[in-house]
Write a protein that binds this ligand. Structure first.
Ligand code: NCD
Length: 328
């Protein structure tokens, strides 16, 4: 017995196959480590994004192949701010992977209302779930949650800061249409100051070769922290309409305004009607993270270039890919 377990018996060179295997596992581990939380789109490399896009494509083609992938997982949905698409598409994604879901959609019914800190809520839910999808009105809340959490945090929107999973599903939708993310002309319109989906998507596009035009009222321009020198700003879309591949419309974010009068003056600056849509070429697609208020006229819903409902549906496939990468 002693001889069999004597340490000297273990003193032999590690075979090459084991070193390669170890290296492979370490590299995979690095990717998963980087993916532990999903807080900002800036944490992803182009390679990470391409891997997720490919995974989402495979899932969309054969979702039944993934129905048992997260059978024993519990995902918590913590929504401190209103949501329809983001919460329900994450829930649908979790359920389609075989996971179970707990959470809340109204923080007024939780201990946050009694004064519990975000950090304490996160620490407690660490004992109830395997990952947390969280939306919160404060910029930086997702990072705070990650700092307090041993389980993965997925940022489902933190104030006007970021919305990384939306950016990934937007990229997926654009790639589905054009087959590539390079060489495209993207035009962002509306509330580029508070629109977190725009912030994340513009950061993601910095990894690709695209040309970006921003159309907004001067009070709602892209923040300097996100603007790069090659982004061009316009007051109307007329100059760029003919060359635009993706017209990305946004809602003026009423909930971020202290001055409601200012909101009322800005909310109807850009409205895509069927008449305005004629300025864009046949290859353009119209996107919008939704919900729309007035900026997308319902009369373009039947236009084949209207891609916003397809975009919303793609959220499920991309969020399945993200949950799988983080949890499997
Ligand atoms: C967006 C959001 O919450 O930032 N919606 C969404 O997640 N699809 C856009 C918006 O609310 O205007």
């Amino acid at each position: 017995m002693y001889e069999l377990h004597h340490p000297t018996l273990l003193h032999r060179p590690i075979p090459h196959e084991i070193s390669f295997l170890t290296l492979f596992i370490t590299l995979q581990g690095l990717f998963f480590y980087a993916m532990k939380h999903c807080i900002s789109i800036a944490q992803f490399s182009r390679q990470d994004i391409e891997t997720l896009l490919q995974k989402a494509k495979d899932i969309k083609l054969s979702p039944q192949n993934y129905s048992l992938s997260l059978l024993n997982s519990i995902i918590a949905m913590l929504f401190f701010e209103p949501s329809t698409r983001t919460r329900l598409s994450h829930e649908s994604a979790a359920l389609r992977l075989g996971a179970r879901v707990i959470g809340f959609a109204d923080s007024n019914t939780t201990s946050a209302k009694k004064g519990e800190t975000l950090e304490d809520t996160i620490r407690v839910i660490n004992g109830y779930a395997d990952a947390i999808v969280m939306r919160h009105p404060e910029p930086g809340a997702a990072q705070r949650a990650a700092t307090a959490s041993d389980i993965p945090i997925i940022n489902a929107g933190d104030g006007s800061n970021e919305h990384p999973t939306q950016a990934l599903l937007d990229l997926f939708t654009i790639q589905e249409k054009f087959g590539t993310l390079d060489g495209l002309h993207i035009t962002f319109v509306g509330d580029l100051k508070y629109g977190r989906t725009v912030h994340s998507l513009i950061k993601a596009f910095s990894l690709f070769h695209v040309s970006i035009a921003c159309v907004s009222p001067s009070l709602l321009k892209l923040p300097d922290t996100i603007k790069t020198t090659d982004i061009k700003e316009y007051e109307t879309w007329d100059e760029v309409a003919q060359t635009t591949d993706v017209l990305y419309m946004t809602r003026v974010q009423e909930e971020r305004f202290d001055d409601k009068e200012e909101y009322n003056q800005l909310k109807e600056n850009y409205i895509l009607t069927s008449q305005e849509a004629e300025k864009f070429s046949a290859k353009t697609i119209f996107m919008h993270p939704l919900p729309r208020v007035v900026e997308l006229s319902p009369d373009i819903d039947s236009d084949p270039r209207a891609w916003y409902f397809k975009q919303a549906h793609n959220g499920v496939w991309m969020r399945m890919a993200i949950l799988l990468h983080i949890l499997s």
